[in-house]
Each structure stands twice: as structure tokens, then as C-alpha cells.
Design a binder for this molecule. Sequence first.
Ligand code: PGA
Length: 239
Amino acid sequence: MKIIKEANYEALSKKSAEIIRAQVSENPASVLGLATGSTPTGTYEELVRMYKQGAVDFAKVSAFNLDEYFPIKKSSDQSYDYFMKQQFFRHVNVAKTFIPNGEAPDYAAECENYEKQVAESGGIDLQLLGIGNNGHIGFNEPNDYFPAATHYVMLDESTIKANARFFANESDVPRHAITMGIRTIFKAKKILLLASGAGKAEIVKQMVSGKITPQNPSSILQLHPDVTIIVDNDAGRLL
Ligand code: PGA
């Protein structure tokens, strides 16, 4: 694992965007894996800025998001579909965008379909990840096994609490989601994980040097051959 420490969130976001820009410059038809949450918003802002300056072109890029609540209307301002459009897609020229369909009539069929779409893309070149306070990546929650493929998941109580900040009430947070599995994520050639803030310091330490266990899904990243972790000083203070 390569660990990059930046002074603060702004520097972390710039570094992360630069790595994505370099990937797209090297391979203009890159397949990117993208993430939602508070952490990557600075990266998207920076990429939009670069795009407007002509420093990056997404015209041949495909993008696959990690996860989506289920069920949820795409038009809901809490959906990850909506988040991605607002934060990134409506500002840039990404050719093809994929997000698990929170409106699908049958979640099992949608999981299978999404897994197939990722495979048919030729595989993800660079997967962007955040990390939950509980060690989740995507919505792969602490568990007694590592779910391999894209799957339907019941959200952990800790995730519901953490995500309640985006909703009017905790009871409004969807209880289920569709997420890429650990194998789906692991097939990415490169992984770029971002963590910011003191609240992530302990889980970041566990991810990097703790026991590899499905109770901390991020710990499996110790086994991936090409992982870059960018932390700010607060998230990296125990490393
Ligand atoms: P956050 O979420 O970026 O909002 O902290 C990270 C995650 O849950 O993966």
C-alpha cells in the first residue's frame, strides 16, 4: 500500500484529482470506478475545474459507481444517482455513466446486471474509494465473510447513523443498498482510497496494519497489488 499524507482536505482533494487526471491522460478510454460521500466531493470539484480549463477530457471515459440505496427514486436528492449528477456528471463530459438502479423492479436481477456491465466494460482501471467509520468500502459492511459480487445488502446500524446527516431524520435513511462486492472492487487494476478527518484515524490504522478480517472490510485492501491511500494529517495521525 502506498500512503500519501497531505496537510489538509484541500491538498488531499488536489492530489486525488491529479491522480485521476493522470490516469485519463495516459488512457483516454479509462474505466473509472467512482464513489459518493463527503470525502470525494473536493476531488470532483477539482476535476470539474480541470475540465473547464481543458486540462482533462472525459469524452471516452466510462464510469461505474460503487453503490446505490435500494429502493430509491433516481430523482430523490438523497440518491447517489442525483449526487453524482450534481457533483460531477452534469459538469463534465463523461461518455458513459453507470450506477446501480435503485428503481429496478428486482434487486437480485439488478445486482447480476450490474456485475455483468462492469465485466463487459473490460474492467475498472482506477477505483476511487472512501472508507466508512466501520471500515466499509462501498456498502460492504462488517460481516463474517467477504461478499464477492455485486449484492443487495442491509446497511449496518453505524452506517445508517453516519448517513443520517444527509437526511431530515435518521428514520428516513434507506435500510438497504446495492453495492459492488469485494471481488468487483478487487478486479480494479488500481485503487485510490481517500480518508479525511480525525474520526477516520483509527479505522485507517486498522485498514493499513490491522488484522485482515471481514469485520473490517477495508483490511482486505492489504492484499491488493496497487492501492494508494491519501490521508490528510488528521486521518493519518496514527500511521
Ligand atoms: P464519507 O463516507 O466520505 O461521507 O465519510 C465514506 C464512506 O462511507 O465510504
